[in-house]
Design a protein around this ligand. Structure first.
Ligand code: ADP
Ligand code: MG
Length: 771
């Protein structure tokens, strides 16, 4: 017996998904897996759990006594949806509960449980059969989050197990049902994937009523999308008829900044007497905005995220579209209204915001005010805010990325996909026809937006993914049914590396305590390993600087590397040819280049310091010297460094330092701008740390191997000296750009990178192993 209020009852009946209740329930009864697709706001998240509840699922005396579980990629959604469903069913939070990492309301009475997919994955490591549950609803599957993908894979196996066990003894173990819900119809990765589900699950699509949304592109793409959003929202509020505004920005800092500007310009209570005051504030706000616009904004980040990149800006243009006219609003003159100085009810929405503050967006705004929500892509599909008529979309999102070459994981702000932009626009058409203002040009949309976002699993370094899975207790990753599987070979290679690094047991492939610690660090496992073992002999600050530099990638300007690569003799003959033309300018340019090369080489030697046995230690010296010199662009210029890379290294160095201090009890580190170079003893230790991180990247001089490990030839420098790779048959050479090139080549070395040149394969980032 369900006891809903009349009001709730009426609202429910308008939801498209309620028209499909019979179809959905029948499909769930007859199939172990069912996929439900429906536009955001059609009622999937709030109603499907209620259908199950009303049909007796989760009732102790029923045939399906286990709980109803609903997973969400985001905490905001898990909490707010549990509240909403509890409210609709008129049940306390001890019955319709939620569980997220820092907050749990479950009790013995819990029947419906909303949780993040991360929480369910952790529960799996305790109870692989998920015996507590009778049905698992995996929501927002279209987002293709790593956790959601892995969860779908795990659950497909749990289903089989539960089915087998219940056939043996149904009284003891009941079969499990799975419902996958998606806001888009792009679900073939789940349905047409026979390793995942042998029999394709039925797909039920819910036809949502969606009102038309007019899309308005900016003519130009502004450099500062926050300033642009401020202008646009002001115009909408000043000139357009009633209806809520939803603004998509990329992160917490941007959101708070825009909140502040809008609240100053439009106080939510109109103090008639204080009109003058408001004018003053508005001018100040605009002034501040101008000032801020002049400073390149740092990529805003949510507290739990690591941000490294900078905004990618395509069209540099400080002028926005037709500033003073309202023509960009796309309304006819007679449709415009004047609500100048009307109050605006400005609310932020992002995942690290306290729950109570998040839930305010669902309440109707105070009488006579206009609702204005400034959100991250949380509001894209996870939550539906009532009454939105205008959407302002900056077109960007913060996304987890990794660099295949360096393997660094980061959160970067970049253009979203066309699919995401469509979802964002759709938020304006829930209650009536709406408008979406895109703060970028249609050319940018056409050329720079991908069709769909790439599944997160394809954007992650694979050894990182595997380590994450192991830390969740999934040991057999090669046979794991991924919705979008990484290549098998890549997977087993990743496992091998984790074994070398000591993160997993090489026999049973189970995670070790070291691996568990490594899983908490936002760098690739090999760098995480270096950090975890680096806290000895006061070396951790050095290790952090090294890891930061390696993660960002080579900060030296590459051109000079390439020239180093050219053979001197070739260069001369070229010179002669050109000299025949006697082009004075070329001659000067040539001479200058040669001078630069000399300077570059000198600076390399200088940075290498006393110890010339490691390119990575050279990097450490550069990072230290840069900080010592006040982290200036001049320093970069003088030393042939890319200043953007150096800034990124600096940021990462700070982040890793804070993280290490927070994660490990016995760690006491800070960023010392006057860090002294490592001592001889410390250098020895640092080389061991580097070797431990690159344990799979060892090479031995070929002549020494051929000589049975005895002596070998004496060489003056590394030119033409071949090395054999430890774990493959390949041969490689020390690159002329290496600090080790111009000296007696070491017998053994570890390398950071391998790359294939036109004629031979070269090492980059070499460290000699003391033999
Ligand atoms: P879907 O999951 O298909 O996107 P939901 O079930 O989240 O849809 O939302 C269905 C409807 O319920 C929406 O129209 C939304 O406005 C309403 N709704 C959801 N949560 C709340 C809430 N906390 N307060 C008021 N209305 C809500
Ligand atoms: Mg939903």
């Amino acid at each position: 017996p369900v006891n809903r209020t009349k009001e709730v009852q009426e609202a429910r009946m308008k939801l498209p998904v309620c028209g499909e209740e019979q179809v959905i329930m029948e499909a769930i009864r007859n199939n172990t897996v069912v996929v439900i697709c429906g536009e955001t706001g059609s009622g999937k998240t709030t109603q499907v759990p209620q259908f199950l509840y009303e049909a007796g699922w989760s009732h102790p005396d029923s045939d399906n006594p286990g709980l109803i579980a609903i997973t969400q990629p985001r905490r905001v959604a898990a909490v707010s949806m549990a509240k909403r469903v509890g409210y609709e069913l008129n049940l306390p939070e001890s019955v319709v509960s939620h569980q997220i990492r820092y907050d749990v309301t479950t009790s013995e009475k819990t029947r419906i449980k909303f949780m993040t997919d991360g929480v369910l994955l952790r529960e799996l490591s305790q109870d692989l059969l998920l015996t507590k549950y009778s049905v698992i609803i995996i929501d927002e599957a279209h987002e293709r989050n790593l956790n959601t993908d892995i969860l779908i894979g795990v659950v497909s196996r749990v289903l089989k197990l539960r089915a087998e066990l219940s056939r043996e003894d149904r009284a003891k173990i009941k079969p499990l049902r799975v419902v996958i819900m998606s806001a888009t119809l792009r679900v073939s990765d789940f349905t047409e994937n026979s390793t995942l589900f042998t029999k394709p699950p039925p797909v039920i699509s819910v036809n949502a009523r969606q009102y038309p949304v007019s899309i308005h592109f900016n003519k130009r793409t502004p450099e500062d999308h926050v300033a642009e959003a401020f202008k646009k929202v002001s115009k909408i509020h000043d000139r357009l008829p009633e209806g809520g505004i939803l603004i998509f920005l990329t992160g917490q800092n941007e959101i708070q900044h825009l909140c502040k500007l809008l609240r100053e310009k439009y106080p939510s209570l109109p103090p008639k007497a204080a009109l003058e005051e408001r004018k003053r504030i508005r001018q100040a706000a605009e002034l501040e905005l101008k000032r801020d616009a002049a400073i390149p904004g740092e990529a805003a980040m949510e507290s739990e995220e690591i941000a490294l990149g900078e905004n990618q800006v395509e069209d540099f243009d400080l002028e926005s579209d037709s500033d003073d006219s309202d023509s960009d609003l796309g309304f006819d003159e007679e449709e415009l209204v004047s609500t100048k100085d009307a109050p605006l009810h400005v609310l932020p929405l992002y995942s690290s915001l306290p729950t109570e503050a998040q839930l305010r967006v669902f309440q109707p705004p105070p009488e006579g005010t206009r609702l204005c929500v400034i959100a991250t892509n949380v509001a894209e599909t996870s939550v539906t805010i009532p009454g939105i008529r205008y959407v302002v979309d900056c077109g960007k999102a913060k996304e987890r990325r990794y660099d295949i070459k360096t393997g660094v994981q980061s959160f970067e702000v970049d253009w979203t996909s066309k699919a995401s932009a469509g979802q964002r626009a759709g938020r304006a058409g829930r209650t009536g026809p709406g408008h979406c203002y895109r703060l970028y040009s249609s050319a940018v949309f056409d050329h720079d937006f991908e069709q769909f976002s790439t599944p997160e699993i394809s954007r992650m370094p694979i050894e990182g993914v595997v380590l994450n899975m192991k830390s969740m207790g999934i040991d057999n990753v090669v046979n794991f049914p991924f919705p979008t599987p990484p290549e098998r070979q890549t997977l087993s290679k990743a496992e091998k590396l984790l074994g070398y690094l000591g993160a997993i047991d090489t026999d049973v492939k189970h995670i070790t305590p070291v691996g568990q610690a490594m899983a908490n660090l936002p760098v690739t496992p090999r760098f995480a390993k270096m950090l975890v073992i680096g806290n000895q002999q006061d070396c951790l600050p050095f290790v952090i600087a090294i890891v930061a530099a390696l993660s960002v990638g080579d900060p030296f300007i590459q051109e000079y590397h390439l020239e180093e690569n050219e053979d001197d003799s070739d260069d001369d003959s070229l010179d002669h040819k050109e000299l025949k033309g006697l082009n004075r300018e070329t001659e000067i340019a040539k001479a200058r280049r040669r001078l630069m090369r000399k300077k570059y080489f000198e600076s390399q030697i200088k940075h290498a310091g006393l110890d010339r046995s490691s390119d990575i230690l050279k990097l450490l010296n550069v990072v230290g010297a840069y900080e010592y010199a006040g982290a200036t662009a001049e320093f970069c210029e003088e030393n042939f460094l890319r200043s953007k890379a150096m800034e990124e290294i600096r940021k990462l160095r700070w982040q890793l330092t804070n993280l290490m201090a927070a994660l490990f009890e016995n760690v006491d580190v800070w960023v010392d701008p006057k860090m002294l170079p490592p001592t001889k003893r410390q250098i020895k230790f640092l080389k061991q740390v580097i070797t431990a991180g690159f344990i799979d990247s060892v090479a031995i001089r070929k002549d020494v191997i051929e000589n049975g490990g005895q002596g070998g030839t004496r060489f003056k420098n590394a030119r033409g000296v071949a090395y054999k790779l430890m774990w493959s048959e390949e041969e490689a050479f020390i690159h002329p750009g290496s600090i080790l090139y111009s000296q007696e080549p070491p017998i053994a070395l570890v390398y950071n990178e391998l790359f294939k040149g036109a004629t031979k394969t070269c090492f980059k980032g070499v460290t000699a192993i003391d033999t």
